[in-house]
Ligand binder design. Structure first.
Ligand code: NAD
Length: 239
């Protein structure tokens, strides 16, 4: 085991108020592509850039095209949690980890058994009618052809934060509070470039900030410990 991994293991053993903050890289080992890796969605060719298609104004103007992309590229109903999701759930069950704050919308932390999961960008598993508010699950969206319709005739929209849309303020405040009180903050699998979520790092006041990523991030200089590697493999080695 490397010196960095020994350090991570020791800090986890000594801490009892760990908060984890993660992004798309946590789920790549479950077969869900991220956005910014070389084989991520942003490096594939579409008629429009992905950040245009998954924006609020594009959804309003062109919901058919939005759903074509969204269903093909962002829904992975058969994906299973990997070693990182499972390790975080285990740490919570041991009373060491207080919350998972995620930018992911795939629901895999809950599948792994995590209970306190703050989904900063919503979830593909929740969908609602924009006319009457009726709730629809993920299988309903997967099976629908074109734009999913509610029984009232309204369009069904995913409860996912699209570009140009604001984050839920209560969830953000809760996330800030968890980070402020954390004795150890583990950040993993995120490029730390999507705001306001990436700004959460500013609220950490401790001296055990660990960054686990397979590439560099703009905030590497803020970390007390950097582990370069795949997050599932990292957690599988230490837990
Ligand atoms: P991102 O695509 O911008 O960055 C992913 C980061 O994770 C990169 O720095 C990459 O090097 C790293 N990474 C990839 N695989 C890794 C692994 N196995 N181990 C360690 N690091 C790994 O993702 P982001 O920062 O989360 O921001 C993108 C936005 O995309 C988020 O808002 C999120 O909502 C959305 N998104 C979500 C999913 C999902 O729910 N699984 C998938 C794609 C995008």
């Amino acid at each position: 085991m490397t010196r960095e991994m020994e350090q991570l293991k020791q800090w986890i053993e000594e801490s009892d108020n760990i908060v984890f903050f993660g992004g798309a890289g946590v789920s790549t080992e479950s077969g869900i592509p991220d956005f910014r890796s070389v084989d991520g969605l942003y490096h594939q060719q579409y008629k429009y850039p992905p950040e245009t298609i998954i924006s609020h104004s594009f959804y309003m103007r062109n919901p058919e095209e939005f759903y074509r992309f969204y269903k093909n590229k962002m829904l992975f109903p058969d994906a299973k949690p990997n070693a990182a999701h499972l390790a975080l759930a285990k740490l919570e069950a041991q009373g060491k980890l207080k919350a998972v704050l995620t930018q992911n919308i795939d629901g895999l932390h809950q599948d792994a058994g995590s209970r306190e999961v703050l989904e900063l960008h919503g979830s593909v598993r929740r969908n609602y009618c924009t006319r009457c508010g009726k709730f629809y699950d993920l299988p309903y969206i997967v099976q629908a052809s074109g734009v999913p319709k509610c029984s009232c005739g309204g369009a069904v929209k995913p409860d996912v934060v699209l570009y140009e849309e604001g984050l839920d303020q209560r969830t953000m405040q809760k996330a800030v509070s968890y980070i402020r009180n954390a004795d150890m903050l583990i950040i993993g699998g995120t490029s730390l470039t999507v705001y306001p979520a990436a700004g959460l790092i500013d609220y950490y006041r401790g001296n055990r900030l660990v960054l686990i990523n397979k590439s560099v991030t703009p905030m590497d200089n803020r970390a007390d410990l950097i582990i370069s590697g795949k997050i599932g493999e990292v957690f599988a080695e230490i837990l």
